[in-house]
Design a protein around this ligand. Sequence first.
Ligand SMILES: [Zn+2]
Length: 203
Amino acid sequence: MTRDTGIRPYTPAIREEAYLLCAKRDGHKCKNCKRVPAKQVKNPELEVPYLTVDHIDGNENNNPADSLNWQLLCQSCNNKKRKMPAKRDTKPDKFARYKQYRALHERVSMSEVTGAISREMDKNDRAEMEFRRFTEEAVASLSEVKESVLLDAGAMNHLRKFKENISQATLARYLAKWCNPINGDYERFKIDERQHIRRSRDE
Ligand SMILES: [Zn+2]
């Protein structure tokens, strides 16, 4: 029985793991000011150049796998936390070169991770759009479709079209969203007590 103290060197691999875990847990934005990285939004007021992984206890080598010592912060919030003045201090900083190098290194590595996140998001959007199109066609031509049949056929269609598997649970989640009257935007389909799907305006 070993006790995970969480003390391990902060390698680039751990930084990527930390970034992804925090983005998944807290959303892809600064934990403090809630601004998001550039390219995510159009409004420059709401965006920051990039986010960095901050060690909440200030110890860069405290990296427990439960991710509780990590959070995403933007540069200005990170600087405030470290009580580093954003503007140039009048005192010469003997670590300036090192900090510059480090900031550059983090930015390159983070842009790769950000790319991976947006590719994953694109993939999900594409899957939902395709299943939406498929469902609309099926409901238009058959007027109503049994949910289990639609999920089966939808998963097969996805595999044929994108050469990758998608779980029926994911498709069922999309379907539930479109059938849920609370989501006004999505109210296009209805599911009846026999688990048949049809257009909501047919009711
Ligand atoms: Zn911030």
